[in-house]
Design a protein around this ligand. Structure first.
Ligand SMILES: Nc1ncnc2c1ncn2[C@@H]1O[C@H](COP(=O)(O)OP(=O)(O)OP(=O)(O)O)[C@@H](O)[C@H]1O
Ligand SMILES: [Mg+2]
Length: 404
């Protein structure tokens, strides 16, 4: 039996843990929270802070049983996975130093630029003066963000209406290293992608059109409201996506691995906002992609982390069902009194997953400034697009959120 080390046993990881168990693997789970949802599912659990490199390193140096592969589901810790793989001499997508570069939004762009990836104009921002200078150069609108955060924390869409001093200080307050990146804002369809790289060749299995209907409502914060699969893309555009991801794979030395992308179709061309050397979270790889394409994404990602050869035939689309994810937002700031899904969610075959991240008694923030402040989500699937759209409307109408 093969032993798989899983970093993270939270809600987002439950699908991955279950998949590994179904595949007959012996699972060793690490998490800071010993009461997290996946703790009961893994064969062995250890309380370790998976975001603390030293803690993970210490644990692995002491852990003497064999480990045949390491993986994380939806957690942004490529450098820690790379370190764990190094210690246990198993494979990972890239080496530790490259993983670190991939996590820094500025360093990653510098690296991608060298490899000819199509990027928005960008510049490193260390001082307020840098910001003023670059905005003059790029023109409005721009995007300002910390180089080292995620979940849209500190990501601001800068227009003439935004107080630049406030924006600089706010974004900086959410950066650990204290420096920022400014990019020109590229308008156009926003896409999430998820690709396998097998022996250097790209297979983009997951593509979703990100929904930004609340861009004006939460201005200047860029808050996504779910996504729709499949996006309306031509075959040529799909090819161009593979081409861009292939350049990213080369830039980060990934011959075998998974690359998640944030892309924009700007003036008909594919641009890369960023890529991450990891599996997506938020149910994209676990629910949406398999429903949309019939490809068992998690299974092949797990096999890859065990160093198994992947037959690319298994990564080809089998079906095209419509799948949409939508988030549930607070409507004001305050203490949550009621959070309730409608009864018909329980029996509808079209509702495949739904959950709240908050519970009654918690405080809801408003306006929403980052993705973790959304209250919950639901996922709908159907053979007909109109049906999905109808059910989204119905769901929003029937979900009860009361805040005092
Ligand atoms: N230059 C840009 N042009 C257009 N849209 C952008 C740009 N930069 C960021 N965005 C939008 O804002 C989102 C969040 O930005 P980014 O991915 O850089 O931050 P993040 O903290 O990693 O957020 P997430 O975890 O949602 O990916 C992007 O996925 C994209 O939709
Ligand atoms: Mg991103």
């Amino acid at each position: 039996m093969k032993n798989l080390l899983i970093l993270g046993t939270g809600k987002d990881q439950v699908f991955g843990i279950k998949k590994a168990k179904q595949m007959g693997l012996y699972t060793i789970g690490l998490d800071l929270n010993e009461f997290s949802d996946g703790v009961k599912l893994v064969d062995e659990f250890y309380r370790v802070n998976i975001k603390d490199e030293k803690e993970v390193e210490e644990f692995l140096n002491e852990y003497k049983n064999p480990i045949n592969g390491v993986i994380a589901f939806g957690v942004d810790i490529p450098e820690i996975l790379a370190k764990a793989a190094e210690i246990k001499d198993v494979c990972y997508y890239t080496d530790y130093n490259t993983a670190l570069i991939s996590k820094d939004k500025y360093k990653a762009k510098k690296r991608m630029e060298k490899y000819g990836v199509k990027l928005p104009k960008f510049s490193k921002i260390e001082t307020f003066e840098d910001l003023i200078k670059r905005i003059k150069e790029f023109g409005y609108p721009c995007v300002l963000k910390p180089v080292d955060n995620s979940g849209a924390r500190g990501v601001l869409r800068i227009t003439e209406a935004v107080d630049l001093k406030w924006a600089f200080n706010y974004s900086k307050s959410l950066s650990k290293g204290g420096y920022l990146i400014l990019e020109e804002f590229l308008d156009g369809m926003q896409i999430s992608s998820e690709s396998f790289i097998v022996n250097g060749k790209v297979y983009t299995v997951g593509l979703s059109e990100r929904n930004y209907e609340f861009l004006d409502k939460f201005v200047p914060f860029i808050i996504e409201n779910g996504g729709d699969l499949p996006p309306l893309l031509t075959n040529k555009q799909r090819e161009k996506i593979d081409e861009q991801i292939s350049k990213c794979a080369k830039a980060f030395g990934v011959k075998n691995g998974v690359i998640k992308g944030d892309l924009v179709v700007h003036e008909g061309k594919i641009f890369v906002i960023e890529v991450a050397l990891r599996l997506s979270g938020g149910h994209f790889s676990s629910i949406e992609i398999p429903l949309n394409t019939g490809v068992d994404f998690l299974k092949y990602a797990i096999l890859m982390s065990l160093g198994k050869k992947i037959d690319s035939e298994n990564l080809k689309y089998k079906l095209e069902k419509y799948v949409s994810l939508r988030y549930i937002f607070p409507y004001k700031k305050g203490v949550i009194k009621i959070l309730q899904f409608p009864e018909w969610f329980k029996t509808s075959k079209d509702i495949v997953a739904y959950d709240f991240y908050y519970k009654t008694g918690d405080t809801a923030n408003y306006p929403v400034k980052s993705h973790p402040e959304r209250l919950g989500f639901f996922i709908i699937t159907s053979d007909k697009k109109e049906n999905v759209q109808k059910l989204i409307k119905q769901a929003y109408n029937d979900i009860v959120v009361e805040i005092e």
